[in-house]
Design a protein around this ligand. Structure first.
Ligand SMILES: C[S@@+](CC[C@H](N)C(=O)[O-])C[C@H]1O[C@@H](n2cnc3c(N)ncnc32)[C@H](O)[C@@H]1O
Length: 304
């Protein structure tokens, strides 16, 4: 028994599709058609070579993301946690010493970073229970329902694996979702002092902001200013010189010391079986399959 992304997502997706079906009073098959339409639209927008115009406020669009992309994106962060020696050692040292890791995810969307942390700590078998406290920032408030849905499923999985006593779980998740456009510096002061995190993650955010946005650089400079010395900023993006340039500009303006860029061109979901998505997979997989591979570049910035 283990934590797997597709099993986690199955229940989250089923609960949300049932909710939409009941709320809009339409059959589940019609909800699946809406999801397929949004999936098509997302694909076109992501590769439009301009700021993508995405419908994340629409539940069908968020479900398309959960079905197609969420497992692959969780896997990219898990891959970086496992394969980057510096980050791996940093996270394990904190987890062993403090039994608590504080993490901030920018453009956190549905909670893929939480899925990655859950699978990571379950596999590490540290023999202690680690509290992982998330600060989530996303401009789309509607993602909160998916985030809390994923958190509930993570809790259910640990209960199933280790029993009801949380002190026996590999990880205890908690999180606070803040609706915030992180290209808007004036939002920074409204958030209060929420910047004492150990890790800051930007997983597939820069390609959605798309432009080398001065507002984003200013916002992240402020975050870096208040972050503890040694905090790690994890940038994961599609491969491409453009995104590397944006990451370098952010690091320069924020005073982060950036690692070299590491390319992972042929990433693949390991130990995952998409059929575990269940009903939705059976219904639409002939027309659209979940993503099982990824092609990323990443770099880690360190606060001095
Ligand atoms: C491609 S998704 C990535 C989600 C998650 N990190 C993952 O890897 O699966 C990009 C996310 O960034 C959010 N986003 C886009 N522009 C943003 C902005 N200016 N400020 C905050 N969040 C933003 C979107 O709402 C979306 O949830």
């Amino acid at each position: 028994m283990a934590i797997t992304f597709f099993e986690l997502l199955k229940t989250v997706i089923e609960k949300e599709t049932d909710f939409i079906s009941n709320q809009l009073e339409i059959p589940i098959d019609v909800v699946y058609e809406l999801i397929l339409d949004e999936a098509e639209r997302n694909q076109v927008e992501w590769f439009s070579d301009r700021v993508p115009n995405l419908n994340y406020q629409d539940p069908a669009c968020r479900l398309a993301y959960l079905y197609i992309v969420a497992a692959a994106n969780a896997s990219t962060f898990q891959h970086v946690l496992e394969s980057n020696e510096d980050l791996h050692n940093y996270v394990l040292k904190i987890a062993k010493e403090r039994h608590e890791v504080k993490i901030c995810a920018f453009g956190a969307g549905p909670g893929t970073e939480l899925m990655a942390m859950a699978k990571f700590f379950e596999q590490q078998k540290l023999g202690v229970s680690v509290s992982v406290d998330f600060q989530l920032l996303d401009k789309v408030q509607e993602w909160a329902s998916s985030w809390y849905g994923i958190r509930d499923q993570v809790n259910e999985s640990f209960k199933h694996l280790h029993g009801a006593n949380r002190s026996t779980w590999s990880m205890i998740p908690s999180g606070n979702f803040l609706a915030c456009d992180i290209t808007e510096l004036d939002r920074f002061s409204y958030l209060g002092d929420v910047w004492k995190q150990d890790i800051y993650v930007l997983n597939f955010l820069l390609s959605e902001i798309f432009n080398d946005d001065p507002g984003l650089r200013s916002f992240l400079s402020q975050v870096a200013k208040f972050a503890p010395t040694g905090a790690r900023f994890v940038f994961i993006e599609r491969r491409g010189y453009r995104w590397q340039q944006h990451i370098q500009n952010i690091a320069k303006e924020s005073g982060l010391v950036l690692s070299k860029f590491i390319e992972s061109p042929n990433g693949r979901l390991v130990g995952e079986d998409a059929t575990k998505l269940g009903q939705i997979y059976d219904a639409i997989q002939e027309r659209r399959k979940p993503r099982l591979t990824w092609n990323v570049v990443y770099s880690i910035g360190v606060k001095q």
